[in-house]
Design a protein around this ligand. Sequence first.
Ligand code: PHB
Length: 396
Amino acid sequence: MNPNELGRRQFMRHAAAGAAGAAAMRLCGPLGVRAEGAPRIKVGLMLPYTGTFAPLGTAQENGGKLGGRDVEISKVDDESEPGKATDNINRLINRDKVDVVIGTVHSGVAAAMIHVTKAAGVLHIIPNAGLAAATGPLCAPNIFRTSFSNWQSGFAMGSVLAGRPKVRKVVTLSWKYAAGEEFVKGFRDGYGKGGGQIVKDLWVPFPNVEFQALLTEIAALKPDATYAFFAGAGAGKLLRDYAQAGLKDKIPLVGPGFLTEGVIAAAGPGAQGVETCLHYADGLGTKRDDAFRAAYAHSFNSTPDVYAVAGYDSGLLLKAGLGAVNGDVGKKKQIWVAMETATIDSPRGKWRLSKAHNPVQDLYLRRVVGTENKYVSVAVKALDDDPAMKNACKMA
Ligand code: PHB
């Protein structure tokens, strides 16, 4: 398989976020009685699609409603290709004339989308991409994120290791693109508080997965832990290679939750015991999460992961906005204010948005046990975003 093909596959799993966004419309149910003849709400999904995206169509057919109105869904496959992003988002806005855009996964694609949605004043909900600037210098009244900033999960893992007196020396290993650099910055900010040292940052060009030379370097550096960001198939390969290189039992591998999210089966024994931090975990054991998981399993015949929850939360946030105006998409400012001030009763725990429109949320420490990213503890309670980004956000 060539690296580009691998890169595309790495994001296949994440497409579930969009599926769940549509699922949310079904799971949330109608908000009220539909006004006869009221126009449909047009939702544009711009995501990395795959053939496994069938649940979307199902959700639409089952009559998703928002603000009491029927929902019409337009889809564009963004292929995780920043170079095609501007054309793709323009297609949704100019050709399909959508009222709302939901997307996407890849930070580079999301950045290009934001430039267009910001100028057009079209409501834009980001269900995954964690790029710092989205809720920093690029922030806008119509741009909202329901997932996370990359910094947040890095910071949480850094804070956990900062609290472990035996972990004095850490090496980081990550894909070299915007998101990877932000995951490492967050880790550095969290870990630095404990007085430990990051002895080296190692990088792999995105979407390559050739780790051998770097694993040899890690073995020579002998850190107390390796912190790594990879996702999807890239993460699965790193977990396998790390174990095969004989490092797993000597130098614990940790990371933001994407390192193990959706790849436990593919990683085999290499994933077992690996600790990560994320805003969702298996086995939270709350009534809210148990109900969501049961409903999701019933609808999609699979177990929800963080991507499913982020998509679901996009539906909840949109519901809060459109519910406040009875689905009248013309009342833009009222919709944005309702979204801004909503408390989202998410399966992952209640959260609200910061002034920059990024979730302020609990970050969990998880450990891979069997097929699950099992809840261990709350790593950081109600974590806000990187202060540097918050300060850089000037809402127009
Ligand atoms: C991102 O590009 O922001 C990104 C991609 C995949 C992840 C997380 C973040 O799993």
